[in-house]
Design a protein around this ligand. Sequence first.
Ligand code: HEC
Length: 239
Amino acid sequence: MKTLITLLLLASLSFGANAAEDIHLQKARIDINDKTSLLRGAKHFVTYCLGCHSAKYMRYLRIALDTGVNEKVVLKEIAPEGASIYDQLHSAMNKHDAEKWFGTQPPDLSLIARSRGQDWLYSYLKSYYTDTKRPFGVNNLIFPDTAMPNPLWQLQGEQHAEQRKTIWGEHAELVLAEEGSLSEREFDVMVNDLVNFLVYVGEPIKVERESMGKYVLLFFSIFFILAYLLKKEYWKDIH
Ligand code: HEC
């Protein structure tokens, strides 16, 4: 009986831990073959992130090639003014200014989707809330005391953190206190496109590999039929 109770206790503890994780991370819907989402994400990145962050493993040319969009269109619609199609996604922010303003440097985001994970990124960008104790007046549930001001506050609006009590304990829940220029749904799509783009930037060859995968499977299916027919032919006289 004692063992049974211990087991039940352990199970409920691990369930509690999972539940807590579920509350924190929201799921991003990633599809790097969705070219329009990638293009929208690239545009958002240049508009809202490039001021501080680079993604130096990516070039505008590569975006044009992978999405099948004309180079001129990428330059006009996505790249900042004066950029060349061969340029990397390079931020103009210099190190000294960054140190002065944020006390740290905004990291390069080329591999961020791989190191932090897509759901973490999606949740992080959505989890800012007002906190007057912080230098920029905001804090973040996923990355507490982050030095990054909320780059998307005009779109999302202002969130407040409210303490909620549940059987698992107390946790903060974010509520929209002031609406932004986008509706909640539009904002979700926007952040999702941005994360989709960052996932693609982390491994651009994946787009190519996935389309090549289809041909490899096709080859194997044809090869299998041929091998089977050949086997039948060879064993015909023995059976
Ligand atoms: C005003 C400058 C600024 C802008 C604009 C900005 N960031 Fe940041 N970002 C920072 C700084 C500074 C940090 C370092 C935070 C820290 O270490 O506490 C950071 C950190 C991050 C991190 C965490 C990196 C890590 O793992 O430690 C991510 C992810 C990130 N930014 C994504 C973005 C995205 C996506 C955008 C565009 C929507 C963006 N940032 C726009 C300044 C900025």
